[in-house]
Design a protein around this ligand. Structure first.
Ligand SMILES: C[S@@+](CC[C@H](N)C(=O)[O-])C[C@H]1O[C@@H](n2cnc3c(N)ncnc32)[C@H](O)[C@@H]1O
Length: 307
C-alpha cells in the first residue's frame, strides 16, 4: 500500500484533522474529539482524531518493533490499518486493528484485501478500552497523551513480558521508553507544526520485584542469601542479605521482558567485590549466571520467590 493508493476518505479525514486537531496536539491538549456522523451518535474519539502515520514513520516503527512472522501485531486506533497491513505484508505477522470509526475499519479491511493479506490482518469496530490486548506481542500506538496515560496500567497488566509497544510521538506519563529515536519528517510540519517524528519503544517487563532466596555456588558468598528486588517499571534496585556478613544495597539493574540484570556487592573467600547476576524470570523463579572478578563467586544461580 502506498499513499497514492489511499482512497479519498483518508485524505478528507486528514484535512479534517488538520483543521480541528493540529492545535490540539501541538499544545499538548488531550481531550478526545467527537465527530458527528449523519444519522448516528457522535464518535467518541477519546484517543484522538484520525491522522495517518506518515510512511517513513511506519517504516521506523515496524523496524524498531523487530517484527517476525510469529508476532501478533495490534494497533489500537488503527485508522486505515497501515501498520497492521504492512506488518503482515513485510513479515507475515498476524494482526488486529481496532478503531471506533466504522468507515476507517471498512477502509482498513478493504486495504488488507487489496494487499492480499486479508487472511492475516483483521479489523474490528471497537473502543480501545473494550479491546483485549493480551494476545498481542507487538502493540502499535499513535494516540494522544491522555489516552497513553490511561492505557499505561492496563497494558502493563494485560500484555505478556517481552511484548513490545511502539508509539509514534507520544509517551506514557511515568513509564519511560527503553529506546526512542527522533528524525526529520518534513510532511509533519503541516500536521502538528514540527517537521520531525519520534518513535518510542517499550518492552513489557516481567514482575521481578519481591523477596527472593538465592541458591548459588558455595564459595560465592551469595548462597542462601536473601534478595529484595524493588522494581520500578524496567528498573531494579534492592538489597542483598548474605547468610554471613553485611547487607549490601544496589541499583541500576534492569528488566527487559523476562531478562533481569543487576550487580550486587559480594564478599567471597575474604575478598570484596561485585557480582553481576543475569537471568530469566519465570513466574516465581529466576535462573541465570553470576559473573564476577572474584572467581569463587562466578557460576550459575537460581532464585525462588519468598514474597
Ligand atoms: C492518530 S490516528 C492513528 C491511526 C493509525 N494508528 C496510524 O498510526 O496511522 C488515531 C486513531 O484512533 C482512533 N480512535 C480514537 N479514539 C478511539 C477509541 N476510544 N477507540 C478506538 N479508536 C479510537 C481514531 O478514530 C483514529 O483513527
Amino acid at each position: 500500500m502506498n499513499r497514492a493508493s489511499l482512497p479519498r476518505i483518508a485524505v478528507r479525514s486528514r484535512r479534517r484533522w488538520l483543521g480541528s486537531a493540529a492545535a490540539l496536539c501541538a499544545v499538548g491538549a488531550s481531550r478526545g474529539v467527537a465527530i458527528a456522523q449523519p444519522g448516528s451518535a457522535p464518535l467518541e474519539r477519546t484517543g484522538g482524531p484520525y491522522v495517518p502515520t506518515p510512511w517513513p514513520v511506519v517504516d521506523h516503527m515496524l523496524r524498531m518493533a523487530n517484527i517476525e512472522a510469529r508476532d501478533v501485531v495490534m494497533d489500537l486506533g488503527c485508522g486505515d490499518g497501515r501498520l497492521v497491513i504492512e506488518a503482515a505484508k513485510r513479515h507475515g505477522a498476524r494482526g488486529l486493528g481496532i478503531d471506533i470509526d466504522p468507515e476507517l475499519v471498512h477502509l482498513a479491511t478493504a486495504g488488507a484485501a487489496r494487499e492480499k493479506v486479508g487472511h492475516l490482518a483483521r479489523f474490528e469496530v471497537r473502543d480501545i478500552f473494550a479491546t483485549d490486548v493480551s494476545e498481542a506481542t507487538v502493540l502499535t500506538l499513535y494516540l494522544l497523551p491522555e489516552m497513553m496515560a490511561r492505557l499505561q496500567p492496563r497494558l502493563l497488566s494485560m500484555l505478556r513480558p517481552g511484548a513490545r509497544i511502539v508509539s509514534h510521538d507520544y509517551m506514557f506519563r511515568e513509564w519511560r521508553p527503553d529506546t526512542q529515536f527522533s528524525f526529520d519528517v518534513p510532511e509533519k510540519k503541516a500536521i502538528n507544526g514540527v517537521p520531525s517524528a519520534t518513535v518510542l519503544l517499550w518492552v513489557v517487563p516481567a514482575r521481578a520485584g519481591g523477596r527472593w532466596r538465592l541458591s548459588a555456588p558455595a564459595g560465592s558468598g551469595l548462597d542462601r542469601a536473601e534478595l529484595d528486588l524493588r522494581q520500578s517499571f524496567q528498573w531494579l534496585s534492592g538489597q542483598v542479605r548474605p547468610v554471613r556478613g553485611a547487607a549490601g544495597e544496589f541499583d541500576g539493574g534492569t528488566v527487559r521482558g523476562v531478562e533481569v540484570r543487576f550487580s550486587v556487592p559480594v564478599e567471597s573467600a575474604g575478598r570484596r567485590g561485585r557480582a553481576i547476576l543475569s537471568g530469566r524470570v519465570e513466574g516465581d523463579r529466576i535462573e541465570g549466571r553470576i559473573e564476577s572478578a572474584l572467581s569463587a563467586a562466578a557460576g550459575r544461580f537460581e532464585a525462588q520467590r519468598l514474597a
